[in-house]
Ligand binder design. Structure first.
Ligand code: 15L
Length: 272
């Protein structure tokens, strides 16, 4: 029996960060799963298609975020800064922003959030280690720290208020793996969709942390603790290996970007 709900599963689903790279991927794909898809971003968005509502909002604006979540029965939260960089923008969009989102979810009794976390929550583990979601967090920068904050905040909102969250520690979601690191971290767009839909549809999500990766042969992450989601990746980076390895033949094994799972993010900063 499938764990997925009957479709459309949701009356009104909110997608934040809808103008970003992965937001544009998920926007058309989530429409089959709801009667109305509300899409939001701080940046300009394409006009509302049928079955869509477009709301421009800054995550650090508490009143705007509160209005954004009104009438919503689930959220896919991709919004915020998505790369490592100086602290201030990350503080506003990712730390204050995620707090505003969960407060709004509490006020409007939104029962489930799918939170786009990141592999950078554990970026300072080495590439020769395999970890699972129970390994202590080792963020590799302010961005990873902000995602660790979001994971902890969502844990609190589940324990205290019963709001379910699935934290997706997304690896590298691009059309294809671009370098050797992505042979381990790649998440195809189709697998991203499968993961988001599994996280939205699983009957009991509780508070779950899952790594977002395709069925890659090289792997640093063990998702067995999230098996209840029913997510099965169908793609793999393996068919791209020969091309990737010929494009990037030699690696310096002492380079921190090669030693650690977070790749180049571990070497960014300081920003003064
Ligand atoms: C992320 O979290 C970023 O959002 C994305 O741009 C990639 O850099 C990815 O991690 C990665 O680790 O490759």
């Amino acid at each position: 029996m499938s764990a997925a709900r009957a479709f459309p599963a949701f009356e009104r689903l909110l997608l934040t960060g809808a103008a970003g790279g992965l937001g544009r991927v998920l926007r058309p794909r989530l429409k089959a799963h709801c009667r109305v898809l509300r899409v939001s971003d701080i940046a300009e968005l394409d006009e509302a298609d049928s079955g869509e509502e477009v709301v421009r909002a800054a995550l650090e604006d508490a009143a705007a975020v509160r209005a954004l979540l009104e009438g919503v029965d689930a959220v896919v939260h991709l919004g915020g800064v998505s790369v490592e960089g100086p602290f201030e923008p990350i503080l506003s969009a990712n730390i204050v922003g995620v707090y505003n989102l969960y407060e709004a979810a509490r006020i409007h009794r939104v029962p489930r959030i799918v939170f786009a976390s990141s592999n950078h929550v554990t970026g300072f583990y080495r590439q020769d280690e395999v970890i699972d979601a129970r390994a202590p967090m080792r963020p590799d920068g302010y961005y990873g720290i902000s995602k660790a904050f979001g994971e902890n905040l969502s844990r609190f909102y589940f324990d205290r208020y019963g709001i379910e969250t699935v934290c997706l520690r997304i690896g590298s979601s691009f059309p294809e793996p671009k370098d050797r690191r992505m042979l381990a971290t790649w998440l195809s767009y189709d697998d991203l969709e499968r993961l988001a839909v599994a996280a939205l549809g699983t009957p009991v999500a509780g508070h779950t942390v899952v790594y977002g990766m395709s069925d890659n042969t090289t792997t640093w992450w063990d998702n067995r603790a999230a098996a209840h989601l029913g997510f099965r990746a169908r793609d793999s980076s393996e068919p791209y290996r020969a091309v990737v390895e010929s494009r990037q033949p030699a690696l310096d094994r002492h380079d921190p970007a090669v030693v650690y799972q977070g790749g180049a993010f571990v070497t960014r900063g300081p920003y003064d």
